[in-house]
Ligand binder design. Sequence first.
Ligand SMILES: Cc1cc2nc3c(=O)[nH]c(=O)nc-3n(C[C@H](O)[C@H](O)[C@H](O)COP(=O)(O)OP(=O)(O)OC[C@H]3O[C@@H](n4cnc5c(N)ncnc54)[C@H](O)[C@@H]3O)c2cc1C
Length: 588
Amino acid sequence: MHSGVAVSAPASASAIAGGGARSEAAAASRRPGGIRLCGLRGEALARGSLRISHAPAAARRVAAPRAAAAAPQNGAVAGGGFDYDLVIIGAGVGGHGAALHAVEEGLKTAIIEGDVVGGTCVNRGCVPSKALLAVSGRMRELHDEHHLKSMGLQVSSPGYDRQAVADHANNLASKIRSNLTNSMKAIGVDILTGFGTIVGKQKVRYGKVGFPDKEITAKNIIIATGSVPFVPKGIEIDGKTVFTSDHALKLESVPDWIAIVGSGYIGLEFSDVYTALGSEVTFVEALDQLMPGFDPEIAKLAQRVLINTRKIDYHTGVFASKITPAKDGKPVLIELIDAKTKEHRETLEVDAALIATGRAPFTNGLGLENINVVTQRGFIPVDERMQVTDADGNVVPNLFCIGDANGKLMLAHAASAQGISVIEQISGRDHILNHLSIPAACFTHPEISMVGLTEPQAREKADKEGFEVSVVKTSFKANTKALAENEGDGIAKLIYRPDTGEILGVHILGLHAADLIHEASNAMALGTRLQDIKLAVHAHPTLSEVLDELFKAAKLQPKEGQERKPKHPPQLLLKVLSFITSVLSSKQ
Ligand SMILES: Cc1cc2nc3c(=O)[nH]c(=O)nc-3n(C[C@H](O)[C@H](O)[C@H](O)COP(=O)(O)OP(=O)(O)OC[C@H]3O[C@@H](n4cnc5c(N)ncnc54)[C@H](O)[C@@H]3O)c2cc1C
């Protein structure tokens, strides 16, 4: 799953929902703002290189001459005889985040989109899936008689209308797509329709796939072409009984029994939706444990809370080598082979199968051969500044790649943050995004969130670099707000360096974990140490006190010569107390 920054920028994934108004404000005045990040990582991190940097992003900025910073608002003439200062290929959340910040920086900007604005996140990912999860959360509450009774509530026979639930997801995607489109139009980003291909240095053609008939030039190009579902060999997709998340989000059916192949965050979220709507779920996972990308302790607890208590069974250590859709009255057939020996294990017969085996970069047809760039497993190679590198390992000037297409961290807010980071560079302020401080979340009920390293990753790093690692945990059972909600199932775990107070990772499972993680991720992005954050004050009673407890529980080693001594010796305190007591008693 999939993790900070201190960039001055307004355009982030979270700016999408409030698109129009936010962008009009941005156009009206070019003023610095604060980047907002949130987020997921297991599957995503597994794909890309994990860069570990603990210096606050702001501290790692390098002064560089401002390039186009003095340029006027979008719509004006681009510099250097180019049609545009910036052309972005792909209008997903990555492209959108870059476009908004580019205009704020005065860059004449165009964005080319071959399908619908909003890309995966808005149309086939984060947005519709969270709409379905909102429904599944409500359904769970309404069906949890014990929970309701304990709060004195009674509800009789809750149900749902499948088409209305599907419409809720679809309508939300349309609304956010239109917000996103309007937010770019309002500030004058040129939205060009067609499939974009790079035909030479700083030159892009776009139009019908295979027949791009319009050509534009740009000082800088950002590739933001995203990803598509990855379907392993042997699996036949019919879109009805064997399908990917693209189809599942339309909720055309709620199968009685569905196999979910892959237990990463996408599979897990869908298991939450399907079981809440009445399906039985069977997970098929190639690795030996479920939820392989999560911190093992969190995965174990998640299994207890999110799997074992529900109508879910699972097969681990097996590959689905062949999946045949249901036809002629026969069910969906899933051939399972042992992941290690490759021997046949068994054949499952189910009503439907959701293939959630990860995402593949969408980089076909981009014309990379025209600029000597060779993809790696389909991903576009980039350096830490998202600059594309060619087949010889050299940076291709003025060409960047952000988001799922570079595979560093396949999350919406990471794509947007990378886009903003690139615009910072184009605008003359060198910037490196600290990917390790980008949070990730899985929106199950309860939610799971994380930032930084898992415990095994932290211990491995500590062994290599020779430092000590400490771990502390707190339970939601000790939190008043969680108990008031009758939601005590959950833990938060802090992994840190007791010698320096550096936060290495935070993992949370519990109510609103996806919102709670940001205190930790922002602390990591800004380089805040535990000795400082321990003293921060949290409102009572709030869930945020889970993290307050966690930070306060961390035991730090005093620096040599700085052993902690009570500021006031006990004798002195006793004297003060007895003086106060005597004054008070003399007044009675
Ligand atoms: C079911 C699901 C749930 C998810 N939930 C979350 C979540 O809760 N939180 C989260 O952070 N992430 C989530 N993600 C991941 C998130 O959707 C992606 O990380 C994000 O969309 C990547 O953004 P992007 O801009 O890189 O690419 P995309 O959003 O994929 O956009 C790329 C765009 O480029 C266009 N394009 C491609 N090639 C060309 C070309 N040559 N010319 C013109 N246009 C082109 C495409 O049509 C597309 O519109 C989820 C994904 C899925 C599938």
